[in-house]
Design a protein around this ligand. Structure first.
Ligand SMILES: Nc1ncnc2c1ncn2[C@@H]1O[C@H](COP(=O)(O)OP(=O)(O)O)[C@@H](O)[C@H]1O
Ligand SMILES: [Mg+2]
Length: 337
């Protein structure tokens, strides 16, 4: 459910990011804007390479050397994070906005006890605690993410993959952030464990009233945990709306194609329907709508002009030929009948 009346805790405006490479400049993020209310969860979905992780690393200000911010604002509780110097940013990163990285379960230090690593994270981010308080805090975090607190003095190799992932989530929660970003946090895990962790993450997010940005290439997974969904393609946000609305009637043909290829975390994977080919090379993206080479509805204007926004209530899509609500609700957007 969207909480439209609350002031957003996070406001991203016209964010653009480039990477310098020997082949040329990669336009990884292009004019991305969205808001996140306190206690709300937003999913970012799209195929691999569409810029999801790049958006997240902008928000955390953890950009690689070859990255260049080309514009935009990231306002967290009214402060533009992109305008802070590195020292000022340290008061926000992990404490106000935290992230669980892709494949983070492999990032625990093998030679230190899991609980100790979380205590060190708490101390490193400037939280004053005694050892007893810190251990109590870790125990609470462990319980929150579904880990037995008695396991806090074990080493990472004594944990399963799912338990390590839970520990990394606990670490990201350790400074009680306003916003947590989870970047494909369960992709490496089997479906049952993935599903359980998702449920717990959602409960914790609700309980702590955190804002959450949940990133996945799997729109079915995103739908399980988010209030709103943003669909990214070729570095752009191409559709945004309440999860229920987007699922009931996607407006962008790309969203519809993603939905037909990922039915749900419970269902079987269906073959990709109506989505042939690959996302474009972001060094030289197509003119007009970047999706036009793969889109069955593309015509002249799609090949030449970036689409204006089409609105339907709180939902919008950057598309010249948005899907009709009645048609897409029947799942017949690909011309059945
Ligand atoms: N450090 C980097 N240097 C150059 N290109 C990069 C770098 N990181 C990502 N990219 C490119 O930026 C685009 C977006 O990548 P990314 O944000 O990782 O997408 P996603 O998370 O959706 O898979 C891709 O074309 C990717 O190859
Ligand atoms: Mg990624």
């Amino acid at each position: 459910m969207a909480m439209a009346n609350e002031a957003p805790v996070l406001e991203v405006t016209d964010l653009s990011l480039r990477y310098q490479t020997r082949q040329g400049e990669v336009q990884a993020v292009e004019g991305v804007s969205f808001e996140l209310a306190q206690g709300q969860s937003l999913g970012l979905v799209g195929e691999s390479g569409c810029g999801k992780t790049s958006v997240a690393t902008c928000l955390m200000r953890l950009l690689p050397e070859n990255a260049r911010l080309a514009g935009g604002q990231v306002s967290l509780g009214g402060t533009d994070l992109l305008g802070l110097d590195e020292e000022e940013m340290r008061a926000y990163r992990w404490r106000r906005i935290a992230m669980v990285f892709q494949a983070a379960m492999n990032s625990l230090d093998p030679v230190h006890r899991v609980g100790q690593q979380i205590i060190e994270a708490i101390e490193a981010h400037g939280m004053e605690t005694t050892m007893a308080d810190a251990r109590e805090r870790v125990a609470r975090l462990f319980r929150m993410v579904g880990l037995d607190p008695q396991l806090m003095d074990r080493y990472p190799h004594e944990f399963s993959g799912g338990m390590r992932q839970r520990a990394v989530i606990a670490m990201a929660l350790s400074c009680d952030p306003d916003v947590i970003i989870a970047d494909e946090p369960t992709t490496a895990l089997d479906v049952i464990v993935q599903d359980r962790i998702l449920r717990e993450l959602k409960l914790v997010q609700r309980e702590l009233r955190m804002g959450m940005i949940y990133i996945s290439h799997d729109i079915g997974v995103v739908a399980e945990v988010t209030d709103r969904i943003g669909v990214m393609y070729a570095g752009r946000l191409v559709e945004l709306g309440d999860t229920a609305d987007v699922f009931r009637s996607p407006m962008h043909p790309y969203t519809a194609a993603l939905m037909s290829s990922f039915p749900s975390v419970h269902g079987e994977r269906l073959p990709l329907v109506g989505l042939a080919g690959e996302p474009p090379n972001l060094i030289d993206p197509p003119a007009g709508c970047p999706f036009h080479p793969r889109c069955r509805y593309a015509d002249e204007i799609c090949r030449t002009e970036f689409p204006a926004r089409a609105n339907r209530g709180d939902q919008w899509a950057a598309c010249w030929h948005p899907l009709d609500a009645a048609v897409s609700a029947n799942g017949c957007q690909d011309g059945c009948g």
